[in-house]
Design a protein around this ligand. Sequence first.
Ligand code: G6P
Length: 609
Amino acid sequence: MCGLVAAASQRDVVPSLIEGLKRLEYRGYDSAGVAVVNENGLKMARALGNVSHLSERLATQRVAGHTGIGHTRWATHGEPSVVNAHPHISSDEIALVHNGIVENFETLREELVAEGYEFRSETDTEVVAHLVHACSKRCDTLLDAVYQAAQRLDGTYAIAVVSKFHPDKIIATRRGSPLLIGVADKENYLASDIAAILPLTPYYITLEEGDVAEVGADSVNIVDANGDVVVREMRQSRQSALELNKGLYEHYMQKEIFEQNVVLERTLVPALKDGMVNEDVLGENARDILSDIEHVHIVACGTSYHAGMVASYTLESLCGVSCKVELASEYRYRRAVVNPNTLFVTLSQSGETADTLAALRFAKRSLYRGTLAICNVPESSLVRESDMVFMTQAGPEIGVASTKAFTTQLMNLSLLAILLARYRGLSRRREQGLVDVLRRAPEQVQRAYSLDNEIREVAEHLAESQYTLFLGRGQMYPIAKEGALKLKEISYIYSEAYAAGELKHGPLALVDEQVPVVALAPFNPLLAKVKSNLAEVRARGGKLLVFADKDSGFRNSSRETVLTLPKSGGLISPIVYTVPLQLLAYYTALYRGTNVDQPRNLAKSVTVE
Ligand code: G6P
């Protein structure tokens, strides 16, 4: 949700800013801009649309300097337009970029208008630019001006500021939105995400809430929220810059779908020891906390929420612990009843989703036995703030629609379920049997890839539909929801998922000859029930696309296409059945000519509420 990058160097920083913005584009792609300070003052370029439009603009407009800031926007206040694009400039002296939402911007705007400031945009960000300028008139340093301005802001922000009077420095601050400092030899950076600067440096310092930093080419000074000088620890990122490329694939989403067999293996192997789940991967205090757990409360957003829904079935049936799964945006604004010995689990690819993070902070003030984050980004706020962490090893996920992060979350949730079951009496033999099932996941996913061509063919027809219904029962119900979400996110076809048993309580009214119904029907104890539901669809002339295995007993017909997946055990069938649904969404979007990796109106990391 908006990405910012900044650089102070002894060379022109514009190429690094543009490269950084390209890698941050998953956070927003409505507009982009850069500003630099040089001996002639401030120079700025902004463009509507993605970063490539900004690059084109820079080919004709010379902008160069040793200190600069850049931004890629996901519009909140004010439509996507050049005027609303960041950076925002105040009095030709200060340029500022911002990620987050300033909630009291209207009050501040009135005050600043009364002081004589003229507003050009509809954004909340321009208020901050003028506020910093107003404060700079009363402060000795730019750092102090930013510190003072930040005291007036309600809401969330990560901000970077340059001034023509301090051409060697960037001042930055954050509260609620991510921001880190990248440290390199004779140049330093600021970025919303380490991915933006990883090819330049793996070394970074995370800014804490309320920190204000002054960053020069060879200096970093930080004051904390109280204004006291602090030294923050420098860390080295474990992510690989190589994984940030698309390689030979046409889209990041395609690459990420086809990486799943590898990243599932990479997630599973370090979590095992002697054929059992290794509790140490969750940290030193894991055993102490997990052995007490009787209830689990999972909170997440979007695709991660669907992973939680899948896990609730396993946690209750395998471990006998009760499990509640909730959307973070709902949980954070209600008073939840917390039973004794409840584990609070957050699921998040990015570890920066505003609602999930707020939910964790809220939960930490309640009486949970402990908090656990299942997350994909080691540098994220969620990871830093949780008692226990169980990392997915999906590697950077760039496509806005989540794929490999989801299946690796499912893997870790299964491992967690096995661990909790162990503390509640699961035998060693049974645990080893379950682990063996999980070990088959990479190979089964690879076999699911062989449906690629068949899926491409059915996607051509699906691309013509207006509306699609997805059905599943048990753990296949959240997988159906995930399939419907993938399809609507990237192809813009309205798609809805229902627990198949709910069909006659409403959605059946929508079924006619035109509506494709996608059904998930693995051979399992619920199959007979699913078949009855599909008979109801057939009777109304609905077109069926059935994902099943060879034992499920479906046959192709003129109104029914059956795609056969490998037969997989209960624990891994949600992972295996997810893959063809991702491919289905991907190819349908290709036929419709939509932007697969950057679907309209969406952003990958939702760092605002
Ligand atoms: C956005 C993304 C989704 C993602 C959701 C939650 O909506 O587009 O793909 O599932 O945020 O993100 P998280 O990083 O917390 O998993």
